[in-house]
Design a protein around this ligand. Structure first.
Ligand code: GDP
Length: 326
């Protein structure tokens, strides 16, 4: 069986590679699954012809589609249009290739930003289309909704089984640490490093009151591997939506996150909250829970936020700061 993975140099792709390597190292039997990792360097997903040629060559049984033009709140606001067009195009190229080459199982990674801005909490997959997503990342959200709809139709009209994983805010080692384009955890880590180095105050965007839940990328990668196993054992329905999130009570304000990061990184300088100007704000809160995950994997262990942040910060503090400026 062959598994083809897109976006393998991204946050989730990188962790999926190490999770799979770990499994191979621990296993004493010959692996019966071949994993092919692809990235932008060897395949341009915007190019329909290139995608089809690669599928023709690989003939994958399973596709894990991780590639995406992704960014934090400020990148989304600035590039809403590009987020929509780029992601829609590359997602449709993947869906079309899955159809054309009779892929048996497609695993997509969506995001909780696809839910309506005023969705009932905790979020539930069945409510995706109940209203408009938040304006800050509407382009990205719509491209993921398109992927959701197209893949659902694919699963109904062909033999391709589809799993749409909907993770809450992700973080981990191989992230985008750019202050302007990164998500809150990597951007703050970079800002704290700079504040420590320059003995300056830490300026945090917003009032710190927004609420989020965070999932370690490695946990999502382990969920992907579990779903691959489930598919292999023939226990999968033709279409599955699954929100992947810590329990409801594991939510945190941005202020709480800042305190945790400052403590983990040994920063004890001033922290100054800077309310966003021009009404540039993100969603106030997005609260999900682990009910849908537990339905599939009752005893799945999630990495506690404190431990995941420590591992991420230890990694960042051990590398050349120049790699954080990408
Ligand atoms: P979102 O869940 O799509 O809004 O993802 P983000 O990770 O970009 O932002 C989460 C929250 O962190 C938002 O409420 C932001 O206002 C807040 N935040 C505070 N400082 C930063 C920062 O430096 N970068 C980002 N991206 N968000 C920040």
């Amino acid at each position: 069986m062959k598994v083809f993975i897109t976006g393998s140099n991204g946050l989730v792709g990188y962790s999926l590679r190490s999770v799979i390597q770990n499994i191979f190292e621990k296993s004493e039997s010959i692996p019966d699954i071949e994993y092919v990792f692809s990235a932008r360097t060897d395949l341009d997903l915007m190019n329909e012809h290139a995608v089809n040629s690669r599928f023709e060559q690989e003939r994958p049984d399973i596709v894990v589609h991780l590639a995406s033009r992704v960014g934090g709140l400020f990148d989304n606001i600035e590039n809403n249009y590009t987020m929509l067009t780029t992601n829609s195009r590359l997602n449709m190229n993947i869906i079309e290739a899955c159809k054309k080459y009779n892929v048996k199982c497609l695993i997509n990674v969506l995001s909780t930003c696809i839910f309506p801005a005023n969705a009932k909490h905790p979020l539930r997959s069945k409510n995706i289309y109940d209203g408009e997503s938040h304006s800050s990342n509407r382009g990205y959200a719509m491209s993921k909704q398109l992927l959701h709809t197209a893949s659902k139709i694919l699963s109904k009209t062909t033999d391709t089984k589809v799993i749409n994983l909907i993770p809450t805010n992700l973080y981990g080692i191989h992230d985008n640490y750019n202050i302007k384009t990164g998500h809150v955890i990597p951007a703050l880590i970079n800002k704290i490093l700079i504040a420590k180095r320059e003995c300056s105050s830490l300026f945090v965007s917003g009032d710190g009151k927004d609420i989020r839940q965070f999932l370690h990328a490695e946990d999502l990668s382990r969920v992907i591997v579990e779903f691959i196993k489930k598919f292999k054992s023939g226990k999968l329905d033709s279409f599955t939506d699954c929100i992947v999130s810590p329990p409801k009570n594991k939510r945190i304000t941005i202020k709480g996150l800042v305190e945790l990061l400052c403590h983990t990184m040994g920063y004890d300088g001033d922290v100054v909250y800077v309310p966003n100007d021009k009404n540039i704000t993100g969603q106030k809160s997005k609260i999900s829970d682990d009910k849908e995950l537990r339905k599939h994997f009752k005893d799945f262990q999630l990495t506690p936020l404190k431990e995941g942040l420590k591992r991420t910060c230890d990694y960042v503090m051990s590398v050349d700061p120049n790699i954080l400026r990408r």
